[in-house]
Design a protein around this ligand. Structure first.
Ligand SMILES: NC(=O)c1ccc[n+]([C@@H]2O[C@H](COP(=O)([O-])OP(=O)(O)OC[C@H]3O[C@@H](n4cnc5c(N)ncnc54)[C@H](OP(=O)(O)O)[C@@H]3O)[C@@H](O)[C@H]2O)c1
Length: 284
């Protein structure tokens, strides 16, 4: 029986990246829908669960993506509501590569420092899909998390993450890289989750900083998000700090993403969101 992946994307054009990875990870066909809203999920999901008998539903699965993390969470919630009894299929949420990228970055940084419990970590531009998930995973693991955003200040960002993951999170407004030195004061780890081609952590903000042990960046597009790192860094030592660049993290991200897609077709009742994806990554 063909392995069918229903791609529900909140953006107007369903992600080509997610579609290619799905084929490479073993899907025989990817049915891609863009501009999906919570209101339109139910009928799309019904098409997926009513067509094959319960015994064969592990051959159908759903992938939720798009550039808006909050909307991705709403689509996931609507998909779960559309299931009933044995009529359900496995679902993965990975808006903008959020979960797989964050899981890979956090796993690498944890490996470099040992336990995350009590560690102080800064996530710059922590309001995007990747930053939100990374901050949440750090907080859930017991780290003291600081997230930055150009719009931070009223507590909405930190509360959103705390509600989903719990833990200790504070938010700080940071307009650009000129504010990074102050934000990194006392940090043991820093992860830049800013957009492509924007440097948010200049060299002077991290080099020679007492206590800073791990610095990572998920932006692969020059200028890099952390000045002085190399995009291929995968546990390099620079200025006494362990560093990870976007492609160093990206290799593990791709492995995790593909493993998740393959896992979707093993059972018909899996929900692969941040925590489940992190667990799966630990087994790789
Ligand atoms: N390495 C990998 O495998 C991999 C995989 C997926 C994604 N990525 C990369 O991961 C990064 C994060 O992705 P994402 O989708 O979460 O990011 P995003 O949503 O594009 O950006 C994250 C945040 O950056 C802030 N921002 C936007 N423009 C800015 C500017 N000019 N100056 C300062 N801050 C700005 C915004 O927050 P505020 O408006 O709140 O300030 C936004 O929420 C990107 O660089 C992406 O390319 C890497």
């Amino acid at each position: 029986m063909k392995k069918l992946l229903l791609q529900l994307d909140s953006s107007s054009h369903p992600s080509v990246f997610d579609r290619v990875v799905a084929f490479d990870a073993g899907a025989d066909e990817v049915m891609s829908y863009g501009g999906v809203t919570p209101e339109t999920v139910r009928d799309l999901v019904h098409g997926a669960i009513f067509t094959r008998g319960p015994k064969h539903l592990n051959n159908t699965a759903i992938f939720i993506g798009g550039s808006d993390m909050a909307q991705g969470e709403r689509l996931l919630s609507a998909a779960k509501k559309a299931f009933f009894g044995p009529l359900r299929v496995s679902v993965m949420l990975d808006s903008n590569g959020s979960n797989t990228t964050a899981v890979a970055a956090v796993a690498k940084m944890r490996q470099a420092i040992g336990s995350l419990e009590g560690r102080s970590v800064v996530v710059t531009a922590g309001s995007g899909p990747v930053g939100l998930r990374a901050a949440g995973l750090f907080a859930k693991a017991g780290a003291q998390v600081t997230v930055t955003s150009r719009r931070a200040g009223d507590g909405t960002l930190s509360e959103t993450i705390r509600q989903r993951f719990g833990g200790s999170i504070r938010e700080v407004a940071m307009a650009d890289g000129s504010g990074a030195a102050a934000v990194l004061e006392g940090a043991e780890m820093a992860l830049n989750a800013g957009p492509a081609g924007v440097c948010l952590i200049p060299r002077a903000a991290w080099v020679g900083r007492t206590g800073l042990r791990v610095v990572a960046d998920v932006n692969a597009v020059p200028p890099l998000g952390v000045e002085g790192l190399e995009v291929m860094d995968d546990g390099a030592t620079r200025e006494g700090v362990t560093t990870f660049g976007a492609l160093g993290i990206g290799g593990l991200k791709m492995k995790v993403h593909k493993a998740c897609i393959a896992r979707l077709f093993e059972k018909n009742d899996l929900i692969l969101d941040a925590e489940a994806i992190a667990e799966l990554a630990d087994t790789l």
